[in-house]
Design a protein around this ligand. Structure first.
Ligand SMILES: Cc1cc2nc3c(=O)[nH]c(=O)nc-3n(C[C@H](O)[C@H](O)[C@H](O)COP(=O)(O)OP(=O)(O)OC[C@H]3O[C@@H](n4cnc5c(N)ncnc54)[C@H](O)[C@@H]3O)c2cc1C
Ligand code: SF4
Length: 533
């Protein structure tokens, strides 16, 4: 335990939002405490073992949440230093400029943000530099203007993916190099040079990186921040509730269960919640008190509501041609992001997944068999011919898609899984129609085989929106600086603040925003104008 428990800033949670914020605050000299409920992820061979990671889920949080019917499910959450970025695919996209405005979808309206793309652009550029993003401007037909090139050249396609890219271009599409955060130094053929930290292996998506080659929040932000004497980290520190003064306007205590089971109360001039969208809402709801009967900072009743997670689908195409690709996550297609010739509403984006292997396919097989899709070939053969895609469409912020906590402290997640689902179905048909032209047929199988997996409620990887920011305290919990409207020293900087989620992976936006809020907090502590709210 530290000698004194008062800090300039306490940050709760060390993932994309919290970790990046602490990295920003560290050089300021301010006394910063980072509280993280998990420990460091053990570095062991199982980090790269498909059965351990995907089939058994050894690293996932050993907990259950409850759906709206009261049925329990295991959420896809990972409690470690670095949060879910220890497992993410490091696809680091900017939202499109239009995503910051109101967009009409098939299923309703995606609301505008209180910020514009231009407001966040400088921070996107910084975030890309910090997280070592490899990419190339000008290829993605939907990208917004950028004030700098990507800091690193794109990760080169391996031959099968280059062929796919060429074929897609022949069909009139504009495939592009997927922006990805890896510490890869590649030669002219794309191979990792002998000094490269990333070795360009086939474990790039969903696995933690055993050699620290992936740009996750622990490696990129938390560890470097801890080199500053003014920053402290306490692991296995599970924050239970936040206490306020009598007025309810100031957080006065961060009540925390420590690894040995004891309770500590930390105090800070500023308290920042960054527990991930579900757990941040849970912490605020559990911190209800006399002045905040519906949960801390929840006079608007929005805390926990508007949960979003993207409408996602993984699709595996099995082609006659082998796919010996190792680092497959290098290509994306956004041609249908805002619509299609036959559809006026946005569909979403397509990107490559990490390369599937026999263990992962075997793990999925019982589910496919149940759907009458039992594969008629050995899993190894199938994996050798599989090309793996990830489809991402926007879901909309529905008030009733909601996180709540019951009297026993259990987490409930009400979700309408059909929320704006039509764009995802159409995107899948677009992709399948396209693959039909690309030598993904004829197949090794009797019939065309596209195995796809819709993400169930437990797919919480892209969770967002539960503590939204905005200008109106009646409809948002946070102001434009991500400070609670109702509590002067409380901020939230994970993906909770998103009023809408677009159809690209959310982390780069959470990172850029954390850097932005970090500047505001530094100004505030220094009494400079940028710190007024
Ligand atoms: C398999 C997988 C693949 C993904 N791929 C991508 C991708 O390619 N690109 C992308 O942009 N995004 C991806 N994501 C999503 C991305 O990981 C998240 O969007 C991002 O990590 C969210 O950051 P966050 O700060 O909101 O929360 P998190 O990163 O989840 O961090 C929250 C932290 O708070 C801690 N915490 C929670 N409650 C408490 C508490 N009460 N007290 C103390 N600490 C607490 C947690 O342990 C955790 O460390 C992926 C996610 C997964 C799981
Ligand atoms: S491809 Fe690179 S970053 Fe990804 S797991 Fe392998 S070594 Fe790590």
């Amino acid at each position: 335990m530290p000698e004194s428990t008062h800090y300039d800033v306490i940050v709760i949670g060390s993932g994309a939002g919290g970790g990046s914020l602490v990295h920003r605050l560290a050089p300021s000299g301010r006394r910063v405490l980072l509280l993280e409920r998990g420990g460091y992820l053990p570095r062991e061979r199982d980090n790269w073992d498909s059965t351990a990671v995907f089939v058994r889920g050894d690293y996932r949080a050993p907990e259950f949440w409850y759906d709206k019917h009261g049925d329990k499910f295991p959420p896809e959450v990972n409690y470690y230093v670095g949060g879910n970025t220890k497992f993410y695919g490091a696809a680091l996209f900017r939202l499109r400029p239009q995503d910051f405005g109101e967009i009409r979808h098939h299923g309703g309206v995606s609301p505008a943000w209180p910020l514009s793309y231009d407001d966040l652009e400088p921070y996107y550029t910084e975030a890309e530099r910090l997280y070592l993003v490899h990419g190339r401007r000008g290829e993605d037909p939907t990208e917004g203007p950028a004030s700098a090139e990507y800091p690193y050249a794109p990760v080169r396609h391996e031959p099968r993916i280059q062929q796919l890219s060429d074929d897609l271009e022949k069909l009139g599409l504009r495939p592009f190099h997927l922006p990805i955060g890896v510490n890869l130094d590649q030669d002219a053929e794309g191979k990792a040079v002998h000094t490269s930290v990333c070795i360009r292996c086939d474990r790039v998506d969903g696995f933690p990186c055993l050699v620290n080659g992936k740009s996750d929040a622990q490696v990129i932000c938390v560890d470097p921040a801890l080199a500053h004497d003014n920053v402290e980290l306490i692991t296995h520190a599970h924050v239970q509730r936040l206490e306020t003064d009598e007025t309810g306007r100031t957080v006065t205590g961060v009540v925390t269960t420590l690894g040995d089971g004891s309770t500590a109360v930390f105090t800070g001039d500023i308290v920042v919640v960054a527990c991930g969208a579900v757990n941040s809402a849970v912490l605020l709801l559990r911190s209800a008190g006399d002045r905040h009967p519906n949960g801390l900072a929840n006079g608007s009743d929005v805390v926990g509501r508007h949960y979003m997670r993207h409408n996602n689908l993984a699709l595996m195409a099995v082609s006659k041609e082998p796919n010996p690709t190792r680092f497959q996550k290098t290509l994306a297609v956004n041609d249908w992001y805002f619509g299609a010739d036959d559809w006026d509403h946005p569909l979403g984006g397509i990107q490559m997944l990490g390369k599937s292997d026999a263990e992962q396919i075997k793990g999925e097989a019982p589910r496919w068999a149940g759907a009458g899709l039992a594969p008629k070939m050995p899993f190894e053969t199938m994996a050798h011919h599989a090309v793996d895609f990830w489809l991402c469409a926007e879901d909309l912020p529905d008030r009733d898609n909601r996180v709540t906590v019951d009297g026993d402290g259990a987490i409930h997640l009400a979700l309408d899984e059909k929320n704006n689902i039509e764009p995802l179905n159409r995107l899948r048909h677009k992709l399948q129609g396209m693959l039909d032209h690309l030598g993904m047929h004829p197949h090794l199988l009797d019939h065309s085989l596209y195995l796809h997996k819709m993400m169930p409620i437990g797919a919480t990887a892209h969770q967002a929106g539960t503590v939204r920011f905005g200008t109106d305290p009646a409809t948002s919990a946070l102001n434009v600086h991500c400070r609670a409207h109702e509590v002067d020293n409380l901020y939230v900087v994970d993906t909770s603040f998103f009023p809408s989620v677009g159809a690209v992976n959310p982390s780069l936006t959470a990172i850029a925003n954390a850097l932005r809020v970090g500047d505001h907090i530094i100004d505030r502590l220094a009494g400079r104008p940028g710190g007024s709210s």
